[in-house]
Ligand binder design. Structure first.
Ligand code: 4AD
Ligand code: MG
Length: 502
């Protein structure tokens, strides 16, 4: 027993080293993106990926997701078995070892002359749901598990990644603290009642109170809870100590909006800053959006150019009058090089009332002071009138959340929404009500449970400060940068009314 133990250790060490070594060997693969960027030096490389096409039993277009550009693998006639060649079908996965040589073909400077080809996974061409042809985005939504394998979606998800990375870089470089706020919460931050309940109580036999209501005291948390609609309230708690924080996480809204801009589960970035007023808040939001766009232009040029071309083709299908005036790249450059327009809600309503669209009764919804602008109104302002992003401030208090700072006119609050062409509302934010009495009064008016929110109100009781923040809808930002028209096409597995597939 005593000397058996060391030999067990020795055996385990040998197994571990072998695993390390073989792992290392397997991963000696070169990524296709890096390979294509290098000069052909006739060295031997290992590449792995999925077959996009196999032409003339000779040319394999291999893709590994690092770029939309395929690597051409040349199969010399007679060098490989017929049986093996038959298995090189669309979406089969391969490990290819071969020599990197200058290419004679058009559109590529190098290719790999295969010395050995190993099929890692077969793919039955008859059954594979995606054919090497153009599929509609609607069709691909039904095949969301495989759509990463198309040029459009691999480009979208690389850009999405890049933007997410840039979010952290932007705030980190400014010294903001990244705060993880809870997903499960007992509060409704927006007070709009659009929450998904979280419970472990049985649906068919929930414990009841005497009055017939459900007894949440017996639930997992001993109270009713829901998925968060926003991390803002917790963000304010941290900002009133750490000064500047941001959150970046999933948020959930049970709003039954089946549109190209709404998801039931979406990602939001919510910075919250002590000692900021509304003006500082707007400046930060504008700088942030421009930073993200610039980051994508600098780091995702190939993908954006591909997406720009895709959008051009989509636009060509539309009647002339509905086509956008700028291509994707042009639009992005325009946005980073021009100031956002800043107007008040009252000015926005005046513009709408004076518009030909209003006079000719082209709007479906009425326009008058006090309305919650519909997307047709927002789109008119940004796409027809200003033709650039617009920041609207000073909304009527009736249509905004309880926490927004009340203006002296008694009618409006220090809110700001950023509206973007093709997207509508991209950012919603405000300066917060830091005056305890005013806040409590507004909460009572809006039937927000003041006692339950004691922890939130404590920030106003103990060293309250002017502070502000906003929320950027991440998918709407990704839509804006990639030019994808439907929000379902910029999140991997969209959650929308009547749909939670995959
Ligand atoms: O305007 P909202 O509701 O604001 C808030 O949640 C505040 N707590 C933010 C803050 O001040 N910290 O949402 C902010 C943004 C919207 O402007 C929009 O871009 C996005 O979140 N958004 C949605 N995106 C996709 N699907 C939905 N259902 C969305 N609802 C809001
Ligand atoms: Mg909003």
């Amino acid at each position: 027993m005593t000397f058996a133990l060391p030999s067990v250790y020795l055996l385990l060490t040998i197994i571990y080293l072998c695993a390390l070594k073989s792992d290392y060997m397997f991963n000696k693969r070169v990524k296709i993106k890096d390979l294509l960027a290098a000069e052909p030096k006739n060295e031997e490389v290992i590449v792995m990926g999925w077959v996009r096409t196999f032409r003339n039993n000779q040319f394999i277009a291999l893709n590994d997701g690092s770029t939309n550009n395929n690597l051409q693998v040349v199969v010399e006639l007679g060098l490989f078995d017929e049986a093996l060649l038959k298995r090189i079908t669309t979406s089969a996965s391969l490990k290819v070892t071969g020599e990197v040589v200058a290419s004679l073909g058009k559109g590529q400077k190098l290719e790999v002359k295969a010395r050995s080809i190993e099929i890692l996974g077969d793919s039955d061409g008859e059954k594979y749901p995606l054919q090497p042809k153009k599929h509609s985005l609607e069709f691909l939504r039904e095949k969301a598990h495989l759509r990463f394998r198309t040029n459009t979606f691999s480009a979208v998800f690389r850009v999405r990644h890049s933007l997410a990375f840039a979010v952290h870089k932007f705030y980190n470089d400014k010294g903001f603290v990244y705060l993880h706020t809870p997903i499960i919460t007992a509060s409704d931050a927006e007070g709009a009642g659009e929450m998904f309940k979280v419970t472990t109580l049985p649906f068919d036999n929930a414990p009841k109170n005497e009055d017939g209501s459900i007894n949440f005291k017996e639930d997992f948390f001993g109270r009713a809870t829901n998925l968060t609609v926003s991390g803002q309230l917790e963000g304010e708690l941290a900002a009133t100590a750490l000064s500047e924080i941001y959150t970046f996480g999933p948020t959930f809204r049970a709003e039954n909006s089946n549109t190209a801009r709404h998801l039931a589960e979406f990602w939001m970035i919510e910075p919250e800053m002590a000692f900021y007023d509304l003006e500082d808040n707007m400046n930060l939001a504008e700088e942030f959006i421009k930073y993200l766009i610039r980051h994508a232009i600098e780091n995702n040029k190939d993908d954006l150019e591909f997406l720009a071309q895709r959008l051009d083709e989509e636009e060509k299908q539309k009647p002339q009058a509905e086509r956008s005036e700028m291509g994707l790249m042009e639009k992005l450059e325009f946005v980073i090089n021009n100031n956002f327009e800043r107007i008040t809600y009252t000015e926005a309503i005046d513009i709408l009332i004076a518009s030909p669209a209003f006079k000719k009764k082209k709007f479906k919804y009425d326009v008058k002071w006090g309305i919650d602008m519909q997307s047709e109104h927002e789109r008119y302002l940004v796409e027809k009138h200003f033709k650039k992003p617009v920041i609207v401030t000073g909304y009527p208090k009736e249509i905004k959340a309880f926490y927004m700072r009340q203006n002296d006119d008694g009618k409006t609050v220090a809110a700001m929404d950023i509206l973007a062409p093709g997207i509508g509302e991209m950012v919603g934010g405000s300066q917060r009500e830091e005056r305890l009495e005013k806040l409590e009064e507004r909460m009572r008016e809006m039937h927000i449970p003041v006692e339950e929110m004691w922890w939130y109100l404590d920030t106003r009781r103990f060293g309250t400060v002017p502070h502000a923040g906003f929320g950027l809808g991440f998918e709407r930002m990704v839509q804006f940068v990639t030019g994808m028209t439907n929000i379902r096409d910029v999140i991997a597995f969209p959650r929308t009314p009547k749909n939670a597939e995959f």
